[in-house]
Ligand binder design. Structure first.
Ligand code: ZN
Length: 511
């Protein structure tokens, strides 16, 4: 099975923007994707991905979800002047059109479908579509919340039709309710839709009664729509992880999807002015990692929201890093969910208990009178952008420094490393080299000025130190004198007062 990760991006999707004053829509800027892509390049992540070209979605593909009448409206915006664009936009909620909107919406959707094809055909294992306009608010005949075509909903229908899929999981971790996706699939048991969203008992946009936890689907789709409303701002890593462990994952494993689509909005991340939540970028590594164990790892993450550029770009990077298979950073913060989060989790479990075996014996009761009701916390002053930037600058240094390398390989000089996916060489250390010379003299009387062996041993001991400091997970060392190497390594390990560990030796004869 392939282990590669796809990245869908095209600068052309930055070629539309808001052309008039509108505070509500002003946050959806072209830089959202260009800054995120630049961050992926800076971290060296973009070049490690399979770069998939975008393509335009066809009209037939758009109409898998959208009405011909709506398609005609969107198409007609290509030749409109600013006043006509503004009037057309005002027919919808929190929407704006530009002469390039139609072209970019087709690329955004087409890019999403390219990703689905690459994952379903086995060309890549997973991937991220860094696209705009987003999609999850869009409805069959309506633009809504900056969304033109519902990228993820069309992708689900497309995948069902083309690959004859019976079960698709959509995980919407954007901080807004993807009501468009809910409406489209609420009576469809082949699509399990999970959305958490800032709700504040209906006080937060889109202020819909049907965003609450007790809207669980209709008809045959009853039980296949999972809403987890957040009734307070400030939800943190522990709240998100608890929601995954206690609501999403048990149902997802029982559902056993053949494909996982993520409506990956990062306005649920730290510092975002919309979400006002506190989940730090590495939280998205953990959420991604958990989802990689569902649906045989076939995962397509598709960008939705995310409006603080630094926060968005760091969270996107952590997601891609994890899709690529890099080790997870340690999750920061207290690992105790807040009471309001537990209320929401308990209520969601309770209303779904009749429909899922994994919740059959769940004894949680509905919390009928939420203690937080009516207490909007939205008026709490939000941090200014430069404070958020400064926090993230320091936080990412700590997080990225702490990420262990997967495997450290210590090979003889001039060894052929072309077949190795990971070859992290350990740096030279003069001090360690002196220690090794002293250690070697204990075991051998020979004149051991074999520079190659000494260098290999020095690096091995340094790597052992890195394992104990959690800077690398494990180490493979090749040595020309394995007997001596193991003795020196064991002597070093006994000094470290470790409680337990595993060392394997493999002797290869005849070379
Ligand atoms: Zn959003």
């Amino acid at each position: 099975m392939t282990s590669s990760t796809a990245l869908v991006y095209d600068e052309e999707m930055t070629s539309y923007k808001l052309l008039w004053e509108n505070t509500e829509c002003s946050i959806e800027v072209p830089e959202r994707i260009s800054v995120s892509y630049k961050r992926l390049q800076d971290y060296g992540l973009a070049e490690r991905c399979v770069q998939l070209p975008v393509r335009e979605a066809t009209e037939e593909e758009i109409m898998l979800i959208h009405s011909p009448e709506y398609l005609e409206v969107v198409k007609s915006t290509q030749t409109m002047d600013v006043e006509e664009l503004r009037k057309t936009s005002e027919k919808y909620i929190a929407a704006f059109f530009h002469p390039n909107s139609y072209r970019c919406a087709k690329l955004s959707l087409g890019g999403t479908l390219q990703l689905v094809d690459a994952v379903m055909s086995g060309k890549v294992r997973n991937g991220l579509a860094l696209i705009r306009p987003p999609g999850h608010h869009s409805q069959p005949s309506e633009s809504n919340g900056f969304c033109v075509f519902n990228n993820v909903a069309v992708a689900a229908k497309y995948a069902k039709n083309k690959y004859n899929l019976q079960r698709i999981l959509i995980v919407d971790w954007d901080i807004h309710h993807g009501q468009g996706i809910q409406y489209i699939f609420e009576d469809d048991p082949s699509v399990l839709y999970f959305s958490w969203h800032r709700y504040e008992h209906g006080l937060y946009w889109p202020n819909l009664r049907e965003s609450d936890y007790d809207f669980i689907g209709k008809g045959k789709g009853t039980g296949y729509n999972i809403n987890l409303p957040w009734n307070k701002i400030g939800m943190s890593n522990s709240d998100y992880i608890a929601a995954f462990f206690h609501v999403l994952l048990p149902l997802a494993f029982e559902f056993n999807p053949e494909l996982v689509l993520v409506s990956a909005g990062f306005d649920s991340g730290f510092g975002d002015p919309e979400g006002q939540m506190r989940a730090t970028p590495e939280c998205f590594s953990h959420l991604t990692h958990l989802l990689m164990h569902v649906g045989h790892g076939k995962l397509c993450a598709v960008l939705e929201g995310g409006y603080h550029l630094r926060s968005l770009s760091e969270s996107v990077s952590m997601t891609v890093r994890t899709l690529l298979g890099d080790p997870l950073p340690r999750l920061s913060g207290e690992m105790v969910p807040c009471f309001s989060a537990l209320e929401s989790i308990q209520n969601a479990r309770h209303v779904h208990a009749p429909y899922w075996k994994c919740l059959l014996h769940d004894e949680t009761r509905l919390i009928q009178e939420p203690s937080t009701k009516g207490l909007s916390t939205a008026s709490r002053p939000h941090m200014d952008s430069s404070t958020i930037d400064e926090f993230l600058e320091n936080h990412m240094k700590k997080i990225l420094y702490a990420i262990p390398q997967s495997t450290t390989c210590i090979l003889p000089p001039k060894a052929d490393t072309s077949g190795l996916a990971i070859n992290v060489q350990v740096e030279e250390s003069t001090a360690a080299s002196e220690q090794v010379k002293a250690a070697v003299s204990v075991f051998s009387q020979e004149d051991l000025v074999n520079e190659s062996l000494l260098e290999s041993l020095t690096k091995t001991l340094t790597a052992i130190d890195k394992i104990t400091n959690r800077q690398t997970k494990n180490c493979i060392a090749l040595s020309s004198n394995s007997s001596l190497s193991t003795q020196v390594a064991l002597q070093h390990v006994t000094r470290l007062s470790l409680k337990r560990g595993v060392m394997c030796w493999y002797w290869r004869h005849g070379s």
